[in-house]
Design a protein around this ligand. Structure first.
Ligand code: VG1
Ligand code: CO
Length: 542
């Protein structure tokens, strides 16, 4: 039976950098999730009889929203839903399933690296038929629909079993429960030299992969331990939990510090890696060497041909604007294109579809390629393993040689979380107002060459995205970028990014915050960060 239910719009359903993210109690309001899902479908055309992929990172409220999404999809005329067993599918796995089975699109239930639980975060994101996040023209349309929605359609489906692999009929629609890992693992086997990585483990190489009690646990157990023969115990915290064990499933030096400490201890493993809530982020640690995500992108690009899936070379590299320019130097040497996009994976889709870029990266622990249309945590880890197996050198040796060849881009991001929105807005407004007067002035002995608010002109579809982050570029190539986060769920988060290039190998071993101290000071002089936020230091430094 299909019902049409009258509803009232909510005014706060604007998708952010990566879909709609709110606290669970917000999503639990009457019809809140239903409105948003119906608004997604109201923004799409031509899906009658087609397939929708649904999966999530297993966080609290995942199953409830999956049941709603299936019931609303059935009532709106989809022919089939493919859902991960137990409601589990990592974000890159959803992207792969959409592409592999030529689905119309997919719905991902996740708030990524944000904590989970009854009072923590939840999210809904729509991905289009190329497997990637909906572009802005669709997310804008979804938002417009959420503001005027008056009814949604939903099928009565009773209790649905999403824990048993197989197919059932629900209100005239097929629901297929799929293994979350198999398709993804098969794709990885086509891209990387599994024999070489198997030999690496066989030779005694030891790693810890920390799934942070989030979605990548089952992927790591299957791929690393079963298919690649890594010893049992390589995958850690591999059981997805609704509250991620009470932690932030955010793979960085703050929330995965235990992993860093393990790898740095003399008796610890040779290599450490971690992924986030929904499996699209990665952190890479070698003995004595944490690899920044910006460097990781550059090193993957420089070594790409070592992996069978990339043996023919790269068409180009794309990176988000705040990501360091380390990859640009690799692109220059390889004689391939480099693209600078706004923050958020959705901007890479066109470049990948058009064959302009093969690998993409963000400073926020996101790396990926044209194999799917999302960033991909496990993929990045396997790429590193492939490089380590082929070069037979340590992470530290590989990174240091890379710096010697290309120079080092010192890089750090400072986050000021849960700042009062009005104060964060005031900081940005004041800074915008003085941008034009900055070029030519000097701060702490450094001269500002250019200052602007980044605007992106998509080279494929011609669309323009304005106000994507304030850049202050100094003579000599150093820069500071400031922007407000689009993924937070309480107050505002100010992100300040610092980058300084150092060509001289003799000066490439300074502690990062020390190497960037002048820029950090200059950013405060220019933007009045302490004054506006009322904070004397950032909440998180990565
Ligand atoms: C952050 C990161 C951005 C990333 C986004 C989604 O956005 O800075 O690079 O694409 O999270 O990541 P913001 O607007 O808060 O800075 V995640 O792993 O959702 O999937
Ligand atoms: Co994520």
């Amino acid at each position: 039976m299909i019902r049409t239910v009258h509803t009232k719009p909510y005014d706060d359903q604007k998708p952010g950098t990566s879909g709609l993210r709110k606290k669970v109690p917000v999503f639990q309001q009457e019809h809140y999730a239903e409105n948003f899902i119906q608004s997604i479908f109201n923004s799409l055309e031509g899906f009658a009889g087609k397939t929708l992929v649904i999966g999530g990172d297993g966080r609290f409220y995942n199953r409830e929203v999956i049941a709603k999404a299936i019931a609303i999809a059935a009532a709106n005329g989809f022919g089939k839903v493919m859902v991960g067993q137990g409601g589990i599918l990592s974000t890159p796995a959803v992207s792969n399933v959409i592409r592999k089975y030529k689905a119309f699109g997919g719905i991902i239930l996740s708030a990524s690296h944000n904590p989970g639980g009854p009072h923590e975060d939840f999210g809904i994101k729509y991905n289009i038929e190329n497997g990637g996040p909906a572009p802005e023209k669709i997310t804008d349309l979804i938002f417009a629909h959420t503001k005027k929605i008056a009814e949604f359609r939903i099928a009565e489906i009773g209790k649905l079993d999403i824990d048993t692999i197989g197919e059932t009929e629900v209100a005239g629609m097929t629901v297929q429960v799929i293994d979350p890992v198999t398709d993804y693992a098969e794709l990885m086997e086509t891209l990387f030299d599994f024999d070489a990585i198997r030999a690496l483990f066989k030779g005694g190489f030891r790693m810890h992969f920390d799934a942070m009690h989030a979605v990548t646990g089952p992927y790591a157990v299957e791929i690393l331990e079963k298919r690649l023969g890594a010893p049992k115990g390589t995958a850690r915290n591999f059981r997805p939990l609704e509250d991620f064990g009470g932690h932030h499933p955010d793979p960085n030096l703050v929330h995965a510090k235990h992993l860093y400490d393990d790898v740095m201890s003399p008796s610890g493993p040779d290599f450490g890696a971690a992924s986030d809530g929904d499996g699209d982020r990665n952190m890479i640690i070698g003995k004595g060497m944490f690899v920044t995500p910006s460097d990781s992108l550059a090193i993957i690009a420089a070594n790409a041909t070592l992996a069978p899936g990339y043996a023919k070379g790269l068409a180009g590299i794309a990176r988000s604007m705040p990501t360091s320019a380390a990859a640009d130097r690799v692109a220059e040497k390889l004689g391939i294109g480099v693209y600078e996009t706004p923050t958020g994976w959705k901007f890479f889709g066109n470049l990948l579809d058009a064959g302009k870029a093969t690998v993409c990266g963000e400073e926020s622990f996101g790396t990926g390629s044209n194999h799917v249309r999302e960033k991909d945590g496990v993929w990045a880890v396997l790429f590193w393993l492939n490089i380590l197996a082929a070069r037979k050198e340590s992470v530290m040796a590989i990174v240091e040689k890379h710096w010697a060849d290309f120079g080092r881009n010192y890089y750090s991001r400072h986050d000021y979380e849960e700042v009062e929105s009005a104060r964060a807005d005031a900081l940005v407004a004041e800074l915008r107002a003085k941008l034009a007067s900055l070029p030519g002035t000097s701060v702490r002995g450094m001269t500002i060459a250019k200052a602007d608010d980044f605007a992106y002109h998509d080279p494929v579809d011609g669309s323009v995205s304005k106000n994507q982050g304030i850049r202050i570029l100094f003579e000599g190539g150093s820069r500071v970028v400031l922007r407000l986060s689009g993924t937070g769920t309480s107050g505002a988060t100010l992100r300040v990014y610092f980058e300084r290039y150092e060509a001289d190998p003799a000066r490439q071993h300074v502690e990062t915050q020390t190497a960037l101290a002048d820029l950090i000071g200059a950013a405060d002089d220019i933007a009045g960060i302490r004054k506006h936020t009322g904070r004397d230091k950032p909440t998180v430094i990565t």
